[in-house]
Design a protein around this ligand. Sequence first.
Ligand code: NDP
Length: 298
Amino acid sequence: MATRLDGRQLAATIEQRLQAVVADRLERAGRPPGLAVLRVGDDPASGVYVANKEKACSRIGITNHGAHLPADTPAAEVLNTIQRLNADPAVDGILLQLPLPAGLDEGPLLAAIDPAKDADGLHTLNLGRLLKGEPGPRSCTPAGVMALLAAADLELAGKRAVVVGRSILVGQPMALMLQAANATVSIAHSRTADLGELTRQADVLVVAAGKPRMIGANHVKPGAVVVDVGIHRLESEPGAKARLCGDVRFEEVEPIASAITPVPGGVGPMTVTLLLVNTVASWCQRCDLDQPLADLLP
Ligand code: NDP
């Protein structure tokens, strides 16, 4: 039976470390770290995600500079808000919560975020830094996966890794990080001819396809490490608590894998934690303090 890679527990451990980093440096910095989560409109799932991020900030001593703009806010006004946050010396991280309301193009708005304050690690410059192995904020979800693998002492050098999904948000930066850790990496996508033939070669299989329960035991080599990035809300009876599932059929794969992330409680909590890591790392840099978090920014 596989070891469960417990994202909740690791997120709590890293939060404690961040609390200590902030507390130890607060006097020298002269101000707390600041994160601005910018929300436009009322997408209900985003409301829950933003609330989780704000709660996590307050637990570790990050000041929340967030703003919530109405759904009909013109693009120029969203841009003004981003520029104001770029110029605000108390703000170390900015996150534009997606999806945006219909009619707002996320591309130019994401590009307007100061790369030094890019809490999501998705700015073109920061993706380039990842490609070149230069330090910078890292994409939160893949960096969270790397932290989970590292915490479980799972060796990656020389291992065969397969990433299912090639999005800029997850698949591509995930593949770059695994490669930087000296795994031999393949990326699968919707046009991959024989997915099972490829995934069965993986010592480490990361699934970020956004397709509920698509990966089963027939896709997995016995003894592989399986990371399930997917997250889906299942239909439930009215009034009942929403149930979640991933891209992996957990009950089928757990008996044959050597390690596996559950959904919920695997990758999801790590994504929020890495947002805090990027923000605190930016604060250290902007306040001329030492950088004690490099091991979490692969
Ligand atoms: P996208 O829809 O942007 O990308 C999905 C990728 O999977 C695409 O590259 C697509 O290929 C590929 N794909 C789709 N179907 C198949 C298939 N049948 N076989 C092989 N590849 C396939 O999704 P994201 O990367 O944004 O997110 C992926 C999942 O991760 C979602 O469920 C999302 O909710 C979840 N997620 C979870 C997070 C967390 O914190 N746990 C954070 C971010 C995302 P192609 O390029 O050819 O279309």
